[in-house]
Design a protein around this ligand. Structure first.
Ligand SMILES: Nc1ncnc2c1ncn2[C@@H]1O[C@H](COP(=O)(O)OP(=O)(O)OP(=O)(O)O)[C@@H](O)[C@H]1O
Ligand SMILES: [Mg+2]
Length: 526
């Protein structure tokens, strides 16, 4: 039973709708048995044409209950794709699409270009409609049939199955073929697959060192390339390695003679990535000046190489990686808020290995295969060896601070020391000792053991870099030794001769605590 008003949009056919012809627009509204149309929107190129006038007149006579609305769509060339898209797009944007109506777009009339444009506008949901195709009936017989094409592909079981298979293949590629039992990671990969193949908006991958950001960025490129979403190169840039005066020119290029030593033009990474993908790893390391130029380059698709008067254009898909929490960097004034908003349209936080312990076994298999491929040597675990290793690897004792990098190197060491291609319990026991030593708090050396030990371990926000983590641990140490902020400040800034005797130690310590987000009262001796 029909409950909603049916609205049909139809281009007035240049030939077919003329009197004496088949007249599909007229036919499809006259046939309530096919589609009971309540309202017809006729898109006309020329209101005064003889058959436009005739059509409206005949509609009134033959289908008086149908409301007719005439919309002029002047076109210089109905075969010009750009022009037709522009005009139809404007029509769609100006239209008030009412939820209480069912919309249909009649495709039978108009040029092939118009049909293609309708297909695009409907599939992109600029027109929330279904497509209708009519066919002529036999002469003097009943009118021909009418087909409705719904572009919501999920409604077609065979197409939905095929798309699902394709999605799984895409996800497997992103996972490097390594199956996951982690619901969090599986969910992340599923959303990433959709984001990677959607409109080319920037993606941000963040997570601790070794969680696989760089590997994933390469896989995203491979997936996009395999699906024809881009055909330019992958340009990888580690922003932490861009240093000194040349970093702007490395990114944006320069003109010959722009500065001393610029003997020839340099293209720069952004231009090299034209039509391809730019992976800016450690993006948090970019200086504020480069961040400003990068923002313009992303927003406008153009930028000025150093020393150039005219801008260059580059269109690239952008993926950024970071192991810092960029929100904290924004608060600290080290990262532009507007740039963060722009690069994190899609943001994915990769879980550390200690939160994916259920995946360790599958990753071990992957690492053994990788070893075999690289070194042309097959190595496997003895049953007992595997059991012992997994028990350790999945336990709380195994911290995996460098995530997959630790796992990869651990397997590499065991493979190298295994005799006869078999990793047995002795090899595993030695490796567990080695890992425990590697991960044990550092002792001796220049730094006092207590804070070196705490590096990154005790409550230090993950966003802090190594130097800050040591500072964080030092501040905790100072507070624990002291009864007041002034005492902690004196201990912390002991020997700072530049500050003179009148320094307010208490104030300095308080500021440091605030920067490190430490509540001093929680640590001071009572
Ligand atoms: N999902 C994964 N499963 C198994 N191994 C992985 C996975 N992701 C990455 N690896 C491996 O772990 C190692 C580290 O990965 P990668 O360099 O991508 O980490 P990262 O997050 O970019 O680290 P960093 O922040 O230090 O640059 C590589 O050897 C990579 O092949
Ligand atoms: Mg990396």
């Amino acid at each position: 039973m029909k409950t909603r008003e049916r609205v049909m949009i139809s281009v007035l056919g240049a030939k077919l709708d003329a009197p004496g012809q088949w007249r599909p627009t007229l036919q499809c509204v006259r046939r309530p048995d096919l589609l009971a149309v309540d309202r017809l929107i006729v898109l006309e190129q020329d209101k005064t044409s003889e058959y436009a006038v005739a059509l409206v007149r005949d509609l009134k006579k033959l289908a008086p209950s149908v409301q007719v609305e005439r919309v002029p769509i002047p076109l210089e060339n109905p075969w010009d794709f750009e022009e037709v898209y522009e005009r139809f797009y404007e029509f769609c944007r100006a239209q008030t699409w009412d939820d209480r109506c069912e919309y249909y777009v009649h495709l039978t009339t108009g040029t092939h270009v118009m049909q293609i444009v309708w297909y695009l506008l409907v599939s992109e949901r600029f027109a929330p409609a279904r497509l209708v195709q009519t066919r002529p009936g036999k002469r003097d017989g009943p009118p021909g049939p009418l087909d409705i094409v719904d572009l919501d592909l999920s409604r077609y079981p065979a197409i939905a199955r095929r798309r699902h298979t394709q999605q799984l293949e895409g996800q497997s590629l992103l996972k490097m073929g390594i199956e996951t039992r982690s619901e969090v990671f599986a969910g992340l990969i599923a959303s990433l697959e959709r984001a990677a193949l959607g409109p080319p908006v920037p993606l941000l991958l963040w997570g601790e060192t070794g969680v696989g950001k760089s590997a994933l960025a390469r896989r995203i490129y491979a997936l996009r390339k395999a699906r024809g979403a881009l055909d330019g190169p992958l340009v990888e840039v580690n922003c932490a390695t861009l240093r000194g005066a040349l970093r702007e020119s490395a990114l944006f290029g320069h003109k010959r003679g722009a500065f001393t030593g610029a003997e020839r033009d340099r293209k720069g990474y952004l231009l090299a990535a034209d039509e391809g993908m730019l992976f800016l790893d450690e993006v948090g390391e970019l200086g504020l000046e480069e961040q400003a130029v990068l923002l313009t380059a992303i927003e406008e698709g153009r930028f000025f190489p150093v020393g150039a008067d005219t801008p260059v254009h580059s269109r690239f898909a952008l993926v950024c990686g970071t192991n810092r929490d960029l929100r904290v960097e924004v608060q600290a004034g080290r990262f532009r808020d507007d740039l963060l908003a722009r690069i994190s349209t899609w943001s994915f936080c990769l879980p550390p290995l200690r939160e994916r312990r259920e995946d360790i076994e599958e990753n071990l298999r992957f690492e053994l295969e990788r070893f075999a491929d690289t070194y042309k040597r097959q190595v496997r675990f003895s049953r007992a060896g595997l059991k012992t290793y997994l028990a350790f690897a999945r336990s709380e004792q195994a911290r995996w601070p460098h995530n997959f990098r630790d796992l990869s190197q651990s397997v590499l060491r065991m493979c190298a020391s295994a005799s006869e291609g078999l990793i047995d319990t002795d090899d595993v026991a030695s490796e567990i000792t080695r890992l425990s030593e590697l991960w044990a708090p550092a002792t001796g050396g220049g730094l006092a053991p207590s804070y070196a030990a705490q590096q990154g371990a005790e409550n230090a926000p993950a966003s802090l870099h190594r130097v800050e983590r040591v500072q964080h641990a030092l501040v905790l140490e100072a507070l624990r030794r002291s009864r007041s902020l002034a005492e902690a400040g004196r201990w912390l800034f002991d020997g700072d001769s530049a500050q003179g005797a009148k320094t307010n130690h208490s104030d300095r310590a308080r500021k440091l605590c605030a920067r490190m987000k430490i509540d001093p009262l929680a640590y001071l001796q009572s």
